[in-house]
Design a protein around this ligand. Structure first.
Ligand code: PLP
Ligand code: TYF
Length: 398
């Protein structure tokens, strides 16, 4: 039965890591896959995570299955972190949160839930977006549509075009929005733009579906979640997929959550049962380790403050690298203005060069980035930023 299957290309983002690893140029720079890296180019296990693991391992009494929704302690901490302590929707019992398997698994469960609620729902995705959004949400069989998001000439959000496109939505439609640190553009909605989008959701009746994979990497934990907190307060229904891969550095542990803000507490209960039923048909129970570490850290004031300072350090490093890159390109005398990179948020920005210039950076300089010219800022360091800046200036000046 398998003999007729065609072979498929590797994930274009993950494939870059493999290609860069095989490159023997000592000056090579990997700006591909979105994982945080420190100055030494390492994706570290956070100190707070190491300590929490030691504590948790010593006290773990059983490997019996977790409750299908995850532990109550974990879910309560997550609601505080994502929605903010004392949020009106959480207090009213309108929020159903369950553990998922990373952001990806959470997006997939949420898509299946939406399909159950309304098999005619159309999901609107930003253009551009993380390519996995279309795969994860499209595999539920729901129709996808795309709204303009990024103006490549202005290197900024194309908010007017976005709103004009979303004015064509109707009740039953779902609009996927990145909470912060938009992947791949780094261009985020402002507070006013979140408010306008919320007004449009009320007017058109669509349901926002917010994907938060980088809370704390943009402006801080509260500002990065401002869209979720505002919409959950003002709108009858919101879908949230959340990931702890980046902010706790727990990538391979696959820990995330799905939260549904429903119109009433009793609807939230029903939705929770439906989500657990969806999950049961895919993986039944979530993995324990990553969520146990998050719960241990968030419920211990000492570990929490250690984690918060490590998160600040990661955010500050990204900000500093953005500034260094802009400065280093300007120092080459390059006429093109790259200052937009300093204004963008999170791990990613488009350099704004053509696919053939991206190819040239790879073949002539061993600098690896996604074909769209998306770079992972964390792949830069004080020792390679001048090299990367010179190479960019050279390919754009030809
Ligand atoms: N959403 C966005 C926008 C992402 O960039 C990512 C990847 O890092 C994810 C979700 C899912 O991440 P994970 O499944 O590793 O938690
Ligand atoms: O966009 C990125 O690089 C991250 C990591 O299939 C990632 O979000 C990339 C590809 C993928 C899963 C995660």
């Amino acid at each position: 039965m398998f003999e007729s299957m065609p072979s498929l290309p590797a994930d274009p983002i993950l494939g870059l890591t493999v290609a860069c690893r095989a490159d023997t140029n000592p000056n090579k720079v990997d700006l591909g896959v979105g994982v945080y890296k420190n100055e030494a180019g390492v994706t570290p296990v956070l100190k707070a995570v190491k300590q929490a693991e030691a504590q948790y391992d010593a006290s773990e009494a059983s490997k019996a299955y977790l409750p299908a929704q995850g532990t109550e302690g974990f879910l309560a901490q997550v609601n505080d972190l994502v929605f903010g302590e004392g949020h009106s929707a959480v207090a009213a019992g309108r929020v159903a949160t369950i553990q998922g398997t990373g952001g990806c698994g959470s997006l997939r469960v949420a898509a299946e839930l939406i399909k159950r609620a309304n098999s005619h729902a159309k999901i609107w995705i930003s253009d551009p977006s993380w390519p996995n959004h279309a795969s994860l949400l499209g595999s539920s069989g729901l129709d996808l549509a795309f709204y303009p998001y990024y103006d490549r000439d202005q290197q900024a959000i194309a908010f007017d075009q976005m709103m004009a496109a979303l004015a064509n939505t109707g009740p039953g439609d779902v609009v996927l929005v990145h909470a912060c640190c938009h992947n791949p553009s780094g261009a985020d909605l402002t507070t006013e733009q979140w408010q306008q989008l919320t007004d449009l959701a009320l007017a058109r009746g669509f349901t926002p579906f917010i994907d938060m994979a980088y809370q704390g990497f943009g402006d801080g934990l509260a500002i990065d979640a401002q869209g979720i907190r505002y919409m959950a307060d003002k709108l009858p229904e919101v879908v949230v997929a959340n990931s702890f891969s980046k902010n706790f550095g727990l990538y391979r542990e696959r820990v995330g959550t799905i939260s549904i803000v429903a119109q009433t507490a009793s609807q939230a209960d029903v939705v929770k049962g439906q989500m657990l039923n969806v999950a049961r048909a895919i993986y039944s129970m979530p993995p324990s380790h990553g969520a146990a570490i998050v719960e241990t850290i968030l419920s211990n004031p000492e570990l929490k403050s250690m984690w918060l300072s490590e998160l600040d350090e990661m955010r500050d490093r990204i900000l500093h690298l953005r500034q260094s890159l802009v400065k280093a390109i300007a120092n080459t005398g390059c006429e093109r203005d790259f200052s937009f990179i300093e204004r963008q948020k999170g791990m990613f920005s488009f350099v704004g060069i053509t696919p053939s210039q991206v190819e040239e950076l790879k073949t002539a300089y061993s600098i690896y980035m996604v074909d769209s010219s998306r770079i992972n800022i964390c792949g830069l360091s004080s020792s390679n930023v001048a090299y990367v800046a010179d190479a960019i200036a050279s390919v754009v000046s030809k």
